[in-house]
Design a protein around this ligand. Sequence first.
Ligand code: TRP
Ligand code: ZN
Ligand code: CA
Length: 439
Amino acid sequence: MSLSVSRHLAAVTAFAVAGLLASTAPAALAAPTAVTAAPVPPDIPLANVKAHLTQFSTIAAANGGNRAHGRPGYKASIDYVKGKLDAAGFTTTLQTFTTSGATGYNLIADWPGGDPNVVLMSGAHLDSVTSGAGINDNASGSAAVLEAALAVSRAGLQPTKHLRFGWWGAEELGLVGSRYYVNNLPAAERAKFSGYLNFDMIGSPNPGYFVYDDDPTIEQTFKNYYAGLGVPTEIETEGDGRSDHAPFKNVGIPVGGLFSGADYLKTAAQAQKWGGTSGQAFDRCYHSACDSLANINDTALDRNADAIAYAIWNLGASTPVPPGPSFENTADVNIPDSPGAAANSPVTVAGVVGNAPATTKVDVNIVHTYRGDVQLDLIAPDGTAYRLKNSSGTDSADNIVASYTVNASSEPANGIWKLQAKDVASADTGYINSWKITF
Ligand code: TRP
Ligand code: ZN
Ligand code: CA
């Protein structure tokens, strides 16, 4: 980690600015803010959804061109989704089954909280066919459901219902994963479902806007979203029961979902109201090698991702969760250059009932001339370390101004928490300017 002159000059400026901020820092204990307004569903960033699509495309390219059941690209897709959810505070469960001579996987993610007896589940199949990467079918649904789940975490949403998310294996072999999940739900668990929302193919390149008509309340929720946009919808009829909602519906669970079309042709009337090309399939690359990153209509993907969040926020009958109390340390703590001891900045937490939440937030402000040198941990009162950030020989930017979400739900909140910063490469140096923990 060499010290370049330009980086050094930039760091001097940052030192001055950060120093100014520190001197005007607010009081150590901020009172919780009460939120009384109705929860507003978030606008899901299209760029985030597309970044997941890019990852799925890369995974397919690195694994023989597909993400099909029993192939390495499928398991790599599962690992990617699981990693994102674990980091965001979800409780994830990998369910395995065997079909066509290979192990299949369903990934289930539970958002802590809500009424455990009233479950709202949203899901998408994560497998592709063997002929291609399966970006519209069904990285689109997988990515949008993932980003909706991450939005739940970012919002710290605490709905009245318990939220669950699922990514199904072996849909393309006949809804195998979702059927396995439903068949293995004890009757008492099935009875807790207030609904299952399915998203399979929601970014078709010549899109239609189709709403499943299985349950009137869920159907109306999606129609309300689209009415707000002024975009007409139609009932989904391209082969009812051809996706993972069918096993849920078959055991009496209310289902709904969205679909932008597969190999049926767009009619002239549909092209009139939605644009696009009449006489052409909604997805000409359906189940083909060309179902790649280019096979996505961004507008359809964006609208449908927002519709998922709208439905979860509304059907989850959510009530916003005010941020809990915050505690911070604004005193500067020097981080000795490598090979030196780790720096510790303590914060004393008192008066918080129970354990820290699954979404304990840690805001960090570190001034440094090469942030890749720094390895960061949150140290709980009992000494448990939660890694916030690894060191990196290539992350050559300066300061660390970042927010981390830590699942610290096994830790009592009260006690002395520490931000621990260790410099692992010589030459560049810095200090902990301030940090804050929010419960
Ligand atoms: N499930 C089908 C697949 O993955 C696609 C499909 C066809 C579909 N018709 C549908 C999905 C209706 C949802 C609704 O190949
Ligand atoms: Zn599909
Ligand atoms: Ca250093």
